[in-house]
Design a protein around this ligand. Structure first.
Ligand SMILES: [Cu+2]
Length: 202
């Protein structure tokens, strides 16, 4: 029994390690497929909307999309709209020529937040008037592309802790309760079940 428990712990450890090393957790998140306008596009006139398209339907909760100009002002306006795998926001008539940063933060189908930035360059100044300063009270202070590292670390710890607790509790229960621990031990496969004895019989 004890050997088995260690075996289970070792497997949990290995799985957690692989999840951290590989792209395991990231693969479960919704992945950005395309942006309109395209990343790095050179535009002579601003787009009416900015749309991010993902590989799967997003959760509609708490989407955030912003377009911030070279002047540091907000050029997107209104609320972002989630429509299946897409999230979009309306854009004002643009102002100064230069780089406009498109930032998104959405909730993956699996419930995890995904965020990042793309950009386009306006080559000809427009006549629009900007919205408020982008960084005033905005929560996009991180400004980094992708999910922060701590999310992965917390995820790994939860995974590992869960696996460890499961292995330890599962092992203990089967040891003290005997056949009573069947519901947990069944995860080990049918092999365990066959070994179960029924003393009352015969
Ligand atoms: Cu995820």
């Amino acid at each position: 029994m004890i050997r088995r428990t260690f075996g289970a712990v070792a497997i949990a450890l290995l799985a957690a390690g692989l999840a951290v090393l590989g792209a395991g957790p990231a693969a479960a998140h919704s992945i950005l497929v395309s942006v309109d306008p395209a990343d790095g596009a050179q535009l002579s006139a601003g787009p009416a909307r900015v749309t991010f398209t993902f590989n799967e339907n997003l959760q509609p909760s708490f989407p955030s999309v912003t377009v911030v100009g070279p002047d540091g002002n907000l050029w997107s306006e209104g609320q972002p709209v989630v429509d299946g795998p897409r999230v979009s926001i309306a854009v004002r008539e643009l102002g100064p020529a230069g780089k406009y940063t498109m930032a998104y933060r959405v909730t993956s189908a699996d419930g995890h937040p995904v965020s990042g930035t793309r950009s386009f360059t306006l080559t000809t100044a427009g006549h629009g008037t900007p919205g408020p300063k982008a960084n005033a009270g905005s929560s996009s202070g991180g400004g980094s592309g992708g999910v922060p590292v701590w999310v992965f670390i917390v995820g790994a710890v939860v995974l590992f802790g869960g696996g460890l607790a499961f292995a330890l509790l599962g092992g203990k229960r089967a040891g003290s309760d005997g056949p009573g621990g069947g519901s947990v031990r069944n995860h080990g496969g049918p092999r365990v079940r066959r070994r179960r004895r029924q003393p009352s019989k015969r």
